[in-house]
Design a protein. Structure first.
Length: 411
């Protein structure tokens, strides 16, 4: 069944959904056909008094049913949660040049597979702190290309920032550069429609200081005061770039990594801003078989793994219930990417349970990482058996099982 046009039996109407594009430019009939999608025929203007049975609430109710998304109007966090749904983290902007393994077909294939978002993780450390260089401007151009392709094919682009050294040492120079990076990105994309969002941190890492044998006491993860200062500064700067950025969804990062750390966020950051969410994650490198670990999983999970999953998610739901700030899970793997301790069967059982539990709480997510399932250079879904840390895994089989538990798409 086509995802773009659904023809129901003759007793039912023809449904079409309309998704407005992010740029003001002429649409070809072919492109317009793909944007119309599914909606309803109406009778308001088939009578002498067209407004007699009409109210704006009619449009809102149709929208809530998933038939209309006007992306040129601000999107609420609740609507955005439903729109993000399920997708992948990506690696295009974690190397130079960023688009060497990219083509627009990647986005088309992700959409046709039923996924709704791509987390565009961007390594800021690949560039200097001078954001006026030709090299950085090329990065902005490449980022714009991918964002526009995502919007064109109705895949939610979520841009996130990475700079492991800056996260670990968090100097004043790093803070200024962090705000400068986001200001440059936000200004470049300020007129893109509201499906685009900015995820302010990918993860607050401390591996760099550990590997260099230095203290991590000044890191953003250890110094929540610095995290809050950086976040206050950058949200103000992004909002100040104007355009759609004044009401664009900004996704805060967890001050630690997990949802358990979310209460450390200063409420002053989000209490007067209706267009904020927060990202957290726990299984970015997958579950493992380390006893008493938060990520422990074995067999079908009944020996403690399922309880771990429920506990991790409970911190997120509890935080949202108390603050009203909705969450998004930015990275997770179904297999043990570090030690290969999880078999394919266990990965499937974990994945199906995890996705089902997230679905119960309406928490959207991005799988880590697209390249495990899809060859971006060849624009082809991977079907071969992969050996990851000594474990043979058929990722296509795992992905098919994940798709069975995914929340249904809302257009």
């Amino acid at each position: 069944m086509s995802r773009f046009l659904v023809l129901l039996p003759s007793l039912f109407p023809l449904f079409m959904v309309s998704v407005v594009r992010g740029r003001d430019e002429p649409l070809s009939p072919e492109k317009y056909q793909s944007q119309i999608r599914a909606g309803f025929s109406t009778n308001w203007f088939k009578t002498e008094k067209p407004m007699e049975k009409y109210s704006e609430q009619n449009i809102k109710d149709v929208h809530k049913k998933g038939f209309i998304v006007n992306v040129n109007n601000p999107i609420s966090p609740k609507e955005y949660q439903a729109k993000i749904r399920a997708g992948f983290s990506t690696n295009w902007f974690k190397s130079k040049p960023p688009l060497k393994k990219y083509s627009e077909q990647n986005i088309i294939d992700v959409h046709e597979k039923g996924f709704s978002n791509l987390r565009l993780r961007c390594r800021a450390d690949l560039y200097s702190y001078n954001f006026s260089t030709v090299e950085f401007k090329r990065f902005l151009g490449s980022l714009t290309t991918v964002v526009d392709d995502c919007l064109k094919h109705d895949v939610i682009p979520i841009i996130s920032w990475i700079h492991h050294h800056a996260e670990a040492y968090a100097t004043e120079k790093d803070r200024v550069a962090y705000v400068g990076w986001w200001t440059s990105v936000a200004r470049q994309l300020k007129d893109r429609d509201y499906r685009l969002s900015f995820n302010l941190f990918t993860e607050l890492g401390i591996d760099t200081c550990k590997e260099e044998g230095k203290s991590c006491d000044k890191s953003l993860r250890r110094r929540t005061d610095k995290y809050n200062e950086w976040t206050k500064n950058v949200t103000k700067a992004i909002r100040g770039t104007g355009g759609n950025n004044t009401k664009r969804i900004l996704i805060l990062g967890s001050p630690g990594k997990t949802a358990k750390d979310l209460p450390k966020i200063d409420p002053e950051i989000y209490k007067n801003d209706r267009y904020m969410m927060v990202e957290w994650h726990l299984y970015a490198s997958g579950p493992n078989k380390v006893k008493d670990s938060q990520k422990y999983w074995s067999g079908d999970g009944k020996s403690g793994g399922r309880a771990n999953v429920k506990e991790a998610i409970s911190y997120a739901t509890s935080f949202s219930n108390k603050t009203g700030l909705l969450t998004y899970l930015g990275a997770w793997m179904p297999h043990d990417n570090a030690n290969g301790s999880i078999t394919e069967t266990e990965a499937i059982k974990f994945a199906r349970f995890f996705v089902k539990e997230l679905r119960k709480e309406n928490i959207p997510w991005s799988l880590n990482v697209l390249d495990n399932y899809y060859d971006t250079k060849k624009s082809k879904w991977r079907t071969e058996t992969q050996v990851i840390e000594g474990q043979q895994l058929k990722m296509a089989k795992i992905l098919n099982n994940i798709r069975k538990e995914m929340p249904k798409a809302i257009y």
